[in-house]
Design a protein around this ligand. Structure first.
Ligand code: CUA
Length: 336
């Protein structure tokens, strides 16, 4: 039964992740690959131990079973120095085999990248239940979606605004806690451009399971263009409806949400920055970004993310919601 359970669990372990962007066994970066090698090593050792124990157990149960007509009491044995040494030394050897690569990998992963590798620093702040990504070198901020250049080491410097969260991008590596009042670092690299899913992996409240983010890795030129488009963003409304939306944002949203170059003094900071919001692939990290979903989010955020600080705007008239949606979806990075 033990063996069947282990086989069952291994099957689940290797096939359970249907989303390749959220899989530890399909790593897309150095750190993920090193961590996967450790997972393979420890799984192999665990399997070996389980198989050996199961084989000895089955052998003993069959070989020394009670046979009909045999009433004699077997030889009674107490203590065996040889056996005790054997079952103490074997686990010590197994633990050394496990410990040496684990410690050396841990130190390798922690190594700060050399300036010649052009590392990018990104400051990550965890909030219940969203992620702030700030690029100190470029002076821009975004939320729930972090753009990175592929092939360069990214140094995530993280802390929490409230409770403990944890940053994990299964296919790139992790995890690292975000703690209030303490900076932690995690260095990751994506081998190639692509979208990698990230998760909060420390129970942090009602919407912990919905505290998702995306890592979008670009070719260097494309990444540089994204940075420039965020720096030069123009957040002024173009259409009449969007202009009404911009006015409503000033009345309803700007206390919490900042929008760069949006025409008003920026007060926001408590909520996710909405600069170039229309370009994001998701709303609040969980809904596909489209007008219907944005309308649903504005009217009942608790339905989407229970415990979120985002208030409901169900009291606004339908055409006011339409105007807000029109303006927010029009927010794009500068194309020049
Ligand atoms: Cu944040 Cu779980």
């Amino acid at each position: 039964a033990k063996l069947l359970m282990v086989i069952g669990m291994l099957t689940w372990f290797f096939t359970g992740c249907s989303n390749p962007a959220l899989s530890v066994v399909k790593p897309s970066g150095e750190v993920g690959k090193m961590q996967l090698n450790l997972i393979y090593l420890s799984t192999a050792i665990m399997t070996l131990v389980t198989v050996v124990v199961a084989v000895i157990y089955i052998y003993v149960v069959i070989r020394f079973r009670e046979r009909p007509g045999d009433t004699h009491i077997p030889k009674q044995v107490e203590g065996s120095t040889v056996l005790e040494i054997v079952w103490t030394v074997i686990p010590i050897i197994l633990l050394i085999i496990l410990a040496v690569p684990t410690v050396s990998t841990t130190f390798q992963i922690e190594k700060r990248p050399a300036p010649s590798q052009h590392p990018v620093q990104i400051n990550v702040t965890g909030y219940q239940y969203w992620w702030k990504f700030n690029y100190p070198q470029a002076g821009i901020t975004t939320a729930n979606e972090v753009h990175i250049p592929a092939g360069r080491p990214i140094e995530f410097v993280m802390q929490s605004h409230d409770v403990i969260h944890a940053f994990w991008v299964p296919s790139l590596g992790g995890k690292r806690d975000l703690e209030p009042g303490r900076m932690n670092r995690l260095i990751l690299k994506a081998d190639k451009p692509g979208t990698y899913e990230g998760k909060c992996t420390e129970l942090c409240g009602a919407s912990h399971a919905l505290m998702n983010f995306r890592v979008i890795a670009h070719q260097t030129a494309e990444y540089d263009a994204w940075i420039r488009s965020m720096q030069k963003v123009n957040s002024q409304a173009k259409s009449v409806l969007a202009k009404e939306g911009q006015r409503l944002v000033g009345q309803n949203c700007i206390g919490c949400h900042a929008i760069r170059n949006g025409g008003y003094k920026v007060l926001g900071g408590k909520g996710p920055e909405l600069t170039a919001f229309g370009q994001r692939t998701r709303i609040a990290g969980v809904l596909d970004n489209n007008p219907q979903n944005l309308r649903a989010w504005l009217q009942n955020p608790q339905n989407v993310k229970p415990g979120s600080r985002m208030p409901s705007f169900a009291h606004l008239e339908k055409k006011q919601i339409d105007a807000l949606v029109e303006y927010l979806e029009s927010l794009k990075g500068s194309s020049q």
